[in-house]
Write a protein that binds this ligand. Structure first.
Ligand code: NI
Length: 176
């Protein structure tokens, strides 16, 4: 397994739509494992393949409490087949939007179809933080970040700050 560098906004690669995998083969399984390791290391509760520069429809999620046993999910081609009418508001963050958080409204309950690590079709029902996290990761597969759900004013403020930090880091790297 290996850690993968995580892209941060603004980056055009985070705005692209990812392609479905044909099958979960050993290559996709390795990607899933590297993504999970990268997510735990960050640390985060979800990661989508485009965030590590791979335009495939693969996500990993683990919303278990810190002290609890891990509950990793490694999903390919995740697809929402149903969402509830009632919504929920959660404060979201993202490894690709470091140090910024905002309330996002999403359906509270979802039903999902996907391919698992063994290339079998699975279904999953989720609510609460797990439903929020899965929807956030599926958004990544469609080039959507959580800041695309908030006001343009707040989004542009965050993107400007991130860009400034990026330029500063580049400058420091160049003079180091
Ligand atoms: Ni994210």
């Amino acid at each position: 397994m290996a850690l993968m560098p995580i892209l941060t906004a603004p980056d055009p690669r985070l705005k692209k739509k990812a392609r479905p995998v044909e099958a979960v083969d050993s290559k996709v399984r390795r990607l899933m494992d590297d993504m999970l390791e990268t997510m735990y290391d960050a640390p985060g509760i979800g990661l989508a393949a485009p965030q590590v520069g791979v335009l495939k429809r693969v996500i990993v999620v683990d919303v278990a409490e810190k002290e609890a046993a891990p509950e990793p999910l490694q999903l390919a081609n995740p697809e929402l087949v149903w969402v509830s009418d009632h919504d929920n508001t959660h404060e979201e963050g993202c490894l690709s939007v470091p140090e910024h958080y905002a309330d996002v409204i999403r359906p509270d309950e979802i039903r999902l179809r996907y391919l698992d690590r063994d290339n079998r079709i699975g279904t999953l029902e989720a609510n609460g933080i797990l439903a929020t996290c899965i929807q956030h990761e599926i958004d990544h597969l469609n080039g959507i970040l959580f800041i695309d759900h908030i006001s343009a004013l707040k989004r542009n403020m965050i993107l400007r700050k991130l860009l400034k930090e990026k330029k500063l880091a580049q400058k420091e790297a160049a003079t180091a």
